[in-house]
Every structure is written in structure tokens, then in C-alpha cells.
Design a protein around this ligand. Structure first.
Ligand code: F6P
Length: 318
């Protein structure tokens, strides 16, 4: 089952779960539209052939949805009865912290075995260095910012580029360094607007004719990118400023090789952990090893911003 914001690599993870079940001669079913599909009994039997040709496809063929009904005991009971009727006795959920919270409650209420695979472009889940889709999103965004830099350069313009990430700055920080941005605004470090103006003045003085400022959507300056543009327009008239909000294109695209391999490794671990009688755990990548983290910890934990990379970004704007 896939739930929450979709991400590239989810199809590869579904494929791995199905094939690992087939490898162990276990029947497998897909649940459409996350928890809502579970309540609606929207299931499909899947075998090794059902998942051919999807490892390279973005999105999730099982679709995803947010479900208000699953927030009610009645909705969860309906879901449980549907699963039991269909002969399904364990659940692999692919998604983010909201998905895992639902899985944990479901386990507590029905003692139903659950395993989590972290799938979100935000990379905001503790217990893994990479969530599925994060690497693909980084590559997608870097490519787009390179394109924006072409036109920024041609017109001597400053661009504010807003990227996703909900309330963490992993995407912004990494693409900012990767695309050589002059400034990166992330929620974890509120640089303040004066620091931004100083940095832009310095860039101008050092002869930079165009600049890119990457802004995480959860940034804490208290101004959205359009208001940041107005602020710079007022305070630095020497700049011609434009804004690009990248939006949902960051969630699409064919998964990178890294995400395909990670998805394949995580799917095997999730199914084989259930076979070992384990439950309430998330599969994660820790020091390049596939490891298990209690769902509780994955949900409550914080994914720390990389301070060393922040320092690198500061040095790179010299
Ligand atoms: O969690 C993934 C994400 O893309 C966030 O980065 C973003 O803030 C959010 O989902 C957007 O949610 P929706 O797809 O519901 O607009």
C-alpha cells in the first residue's frame, strides 16, 4: 500500500515486495489509494508478472490518497474486516510519518503485523539516510536550477527558486550546493533578511551578474518567495528579481538508479522481516546497510540537517 505524498521509487518498492512474496511462495495483494482503499476494499491480487516494467516508472500504480475515514475507529474496523475477508494477514505501508502513524494505530487496535518503507521526497524521516524519492528529487531539481541559471545569466537577474521539503531543508540545502546557488534559505537556519541582503550585495560587488537563491518552502524568514522578491526590489534596486516555484514536478519522474536499488533492498527486508515475525518497524538505510527502526522512533525522531554541508555551502559562496 502507498500513502501520503507520492515519490519516485514507490513503484520499484511495490515491485520488490511483490517479487519477494512470490520468491517465498506467499500470495500478495495491492491496496489502491492508501488507507481509503483499505476501507473501500479496493484490492488487487499481484504476482511476479503483475509488476513487470514498473521499476522505472515514477509515481505509484496503487495510487495514494489521504483518508479522513481512517482517522475513525469505525473506518479502521471496516479496513480490518476487509483485510481479514481477503485473507490478508500482514501489511507493508510505503509512505511518510503520517502513513506510519496510521499503521501503528492499526497494529495497536487489531494486533495486525505492519512494516514501513519510507517513501517521500522530503527525506524527513528518522532512521534512514535516504527516503525513497529523495535522490531522484535532488537530481530533478538540480537540472531545473541549471536551466534557470541559463536565463538568469542572460538577463543579469536574481532568481528566488522555491523547492519542496515540507518543514525540512534537505532538498534546498543539497540542490543549493549542487547547483551552486549564491544563497540557500532553510528552516533549520534562519539567516535573517539582513544577512541575505549583505550576501547579495557582496555577490554584486564581486562581479556576479546573476544570482540564484534557493528557498525551502518551510523556510522561516516569515516571507514567502514573492514577498522576498518585493523585499529585495525595495532594498536592492540594482537587482532585477524573478521567482520560480518548482512545485509538484519535484515529485515526478523516473526514479534514479539509487532509488530503484534502495527500493528493491527495502522491499526484500520488509517482507522477510514480517516472515521473521517482526512488526511495527521501518526499513531504513543506515551507513549503507538496510536496518530496522521502531516505527515509533521513525515517527517521533527528527531528521537532522547536515551542519557540515551548511559550512560547505557557506564556503562555496566565497
Ligand atoms: O511530503 C511531500 C510533499 O511533496 C511536500 O514536500 C509538500 O509540501 C507536500 O508533499 C505537498 O502536499 P500535496 O501533494 O498534498 O500538495
Amino acid at each position: 500500500m502507498t500513502s501520503g505524498g507520492d515519490s519516485p521509487g514507490m513503484n520499484a518498492a511495490i515491485r520488490s515486495v511483490v517479487r519477494t512474496c512470490a520468491y517465498h511462495n506467499i500470495a500478495c495483494a495491492g491496496i489502491y489509494r492508501g488507507y481509503q482503499g483499505m476501507i473501500d476494499g479496493d484490492f488487487i491480487d499481484l504476482d511476479a508478472r503483475s509488476v513487470r516494467g514498473i521499476i522505472n516508472k515514477g509515481g505509484t500504480f496503487l495510487k495514494s490518497a489521504r483518508s479522513q475515514d481512517f482517522r475513525t475507529k469505525e473506518g479502521r474496523e471496516k479496513a480490518y474486516n476487509n483485510l481479514t475477508k481477503a485473507g490478508i494477514d500482514a501489511l507493508v505501508t510505503i509512505g511518510g510519518d503520517g502513513t506510519f502513524t496510521g499503521a501503528l494505530i492499526f497494529n495497536e487496535e487489531f494486533n495486525f503485523p505492519v512494516m514501513g518503507i519510507p517513501g517521500t521526497i522530503d527525506n524527513d524521516i528518522a532512521g534512514t539516510s535516504h527516503t525513497l524519492g529523495y535522490d531522484t528529487a535532488l537530481n530533478t531539481v538540480v537540472e531545473v536550477i541549471d536551466k534557470i541559471r541559463d536565463t538568469a545569466h542572460s538577463h543579469n537577474r536574481l532568481f528566488f527558486v522555491e523547492v519542496m521539503g515540507r518543514d525540512v531543508g534537505h532538498i534546498a540545502l543539497n540542490v543549493g550546493v549542487g547547483a551552486g546557488a549564491e544563497e540557500i534559505l532553510i528552516p533549520e537556519e534562519d539567516l535573517g533578511l539582513d544577512r541575505l541582503l549583505d550576501s547579495l550585495r557582496k555577490s554584486k560587488k564581486s562581479g556576479k551578474s546573476s544570482s540564484i537563491v534557493v528557498v525551502a518552502e518551510g523556510d522561516k524568514t516569515g516571507r514567502n518567495v514573492f514577498e522576498l522578491k518585493d523585499y529585495v526590489d525595495e532594498n536592492l534596486p540594482e537587482y532585477e528579481v524573478r521567482v520560480s516555484v518548482l512545485g509538484h514536478m519535484q515529485r515526478g519522474g523516473s526514479p534514479s538508479c539509487f532509488d530503484r536499488v534502495l527500493a528493491s533492498r527495502m522491499g526484500v527486508k520488509a517482507v522477510e522481516s514480517l516472515l521473521d515475525g517482526k512488526s511495527n518497524l521501518m526499513v531504513g538505510l543506515v551507513n549503507d546497510k538496510i536496518q530496522l527502526t521502531p516505527l515509533e522512533k521513525a515517527i517521533k525522531g527528527q531528521s537532522k540537517i547536515n551542519k557540515e554541508l551548511i559550512r560547505v555551502s557557506e564556503i562555496m559562496t566565497t
